[in-house]
Every structure is written in structure tokens, then in C-alpha cells.
Ligand binder design. Structure first.
Ligand code: SF4
Ligand code: SF4
Length: 241
């Protein structure tokens, strides 16, 4: 059964428990970091941080407000990164859950193509193995009927996971509740992703790639096939007229 996350940013306190839990479960090494004038650390996703709580500051009604955004792969329903891979076995989608999984064959893929296709700028390349890497939905845990580690670690209820239908329902309920206080609240790219974010304000205030760009950076296979099919449809129309 397709699975989904609901990430309710209105409940996130930026404790970074999810970020640390992900790193621990995946046994990812520490990364040298630097102070960039923000509490966000590390400064960006990298091959050893599949989850990153992004911090942004904005002036709202004369006061500084924090916007927290626990960023990760969205496990797109029709994943653009998968559709541009030259080897169809390099990036696969788990039929049961919808998880988009990067295999060791990604080491032979063109990194710029894969990263460029992602509307959320998620994939990173591991210099040690040559593999392209990202969140895998903790597929090992999910197959064992356990929650993804980041969800398990969240004490605030910001991270939620379950059957897609249940998460969609929860998302609509939370949106209706949050909108009473924050009229600009919205769910991001709901139909296209398995990681649904609820934000209280303009998504661009949270992160440049919080919401998918209106135009994809690379043509998807579906778009490509549709473009190829267009002249054939024209020929068929002519033959039938
Ligand atoms: S689902 Fe697993 S791999 Fe993905 S961000 Fe959460 S803890 Fe990390
Ligand atoms: S968010 Fe990016 S990396 Fe993740 S499935 Fe979608 S296109 Fe691929």
C-alpha cells in the first residue's frame, strides 16, 4: 500500500532530533562544518546528511520569526530523477510503498542529470563510493512494520508516516486547523509527492526548493513520450478523416 509522510512544520521546534536519528540509523559519518551566521547546521544537504532541518529568519510585524523546514527526498509519485536515469535499474520505485530507491548502479549515472532533474534539489554524490545518495524512506524499517527513524524520533508530532490515504486525511484536517490562525497555510505539491509538507506561510520563506519549480528542470519520460506521440496522433487523425 502506498505510504506517505506528513511533515507539519507548524509543530517543528527545530530540535534536529530527526536529523540526528537519520544519521545514526544510516550510520553516516560526521561532516566538517562551519558557522554561516545561522543555527542551520550543516549548511546544506550533503552525502552524509539525508535529512536537514533548515532555518530561515524573517521579519514579521516588526519581530524576527523562525521558519523551520525538515528537508528530505519527497519520494515523488512520478519521480523525475528516476525518469532521467540512463539505466532503469539505477533508481527504482518500491511497488508496495512508493519509496524511490537509489541503488549502487547510480555510481554509473550522470550526477548533474539526476540532481538537475530533481525539483527539490535533493540528490548528492558520495565521493567515497561514487554513488548518488539520498533518503530511502528507511525502507528496511518500513518493510519490518516500523516507522522511519526520523518519524520515530520526533517528539512534537511534526513528522508523521502511514498509509497515503490516512496521511492525506490528516493533512487536510491539520490544514483546516492551522488556517484558523495562519490564513496563508498550505500543503505543498500534494498530488506529486509522498512527503507532504504543511507550511503556515509562503513556502519560499522556508526554503528556495520547498515547493517544486513551475517548469521542470528536465523533461520527464511521460512528457517525452507525450511529445513523441503528438505527431503520430496527427497522422492518425488525417488517416481517419
Ligand atoms: S526516512 Fe529514514 S533515510 Fe529518510 S530522512 Fe527519515 S530517517 Fe533519514
Ligand atoms: S525529491 Fe528529488 S530525489 Fe526525491 S524522488 Fe523526487 S526527484 Fe527524486
Amino acid at each position: 500500500m502506498p505510504k506517505a509522510f506528513l511533515i507539519d512544520t507548524t509543530r517543528c521546534t527545530a530540535c534536529r532530533g530527526c536529523q540526528v536519528a537519520c544519521k545514526e540509523w544510516k550510520n553516516l559519518p560526521p561532516v566538517p562544518t562551519k558557522q554561516t551566521g545561522t543555527h542551520q547546521n550543516p549548511p546544506d544537504l550533503n552525502p552524509y546528511n539525508y535529512k536537514l532541518v533548515r532555518f530561515s529568519e524573517h521579519m514579521v510585524n516588526g519581530a524576527v520569526q523562525w521558519y523551520f523546514f525538515p528537508d528530505q527526498c519527497r519520494h515523488c509519485v512520478d519521480a523525475p530523477c528516476m525518469l532521467v536515469a540512463s539505466n532503469p535499474e539505477a533508481i527504482i520505485q518500491d511497488a508496495d510503498t512508493g519509496a524511490v530507491i537509489y541503488t549502487e548502479l547510480t555510481a554509473k549515472e550522470n550526477f548533474d542529470d539526476i540532481r538537475g532533474a530533481c525539483p527539490y534539489d535533493i540528490p548528492r554524490k558520495d565521493p567515497a563510493t561514487g554513488r548518488i545518495v539520498k533518503c530511502d524512506m528507511c525502507i528496511d524499517r518500513v518493510r519490518a512494520n516500523m516507522l522511519p527513524m526520523c518519524v520515530k524520533s520526533c517528539a512534537m508530532g511534526a513528522m508523521n508516516f502511514g498509509d497515503r490515504a490516512a496521511m492525506l486525511q490528516l493533512a487536510e484536517e491539520r490544514l483546516a486547523a492551522v488556517k484558523k490562525t495562519f490564513p496563508a497555510a498550505q500543503l505543498l505539491n500534494v498530488k506529486d509527492v509522498s512527503v507532504i509538507f504543511l507550511v503556515a506561510d509562503d513556502p519560499k520563506k522556508y526554503h528556495t526548493h520547498a515547493v517544486a519549480d513551475a517548469a521542470p528542470r528536465q523533461m520527464t519520460r511521460k512528457q517525452f513520450v507525450a511529445r513523441l506521440a503528438a505527431p503520430l496522433r496527427g497522422l492518425a487523425d488525417t488517416a481517419n478523416s
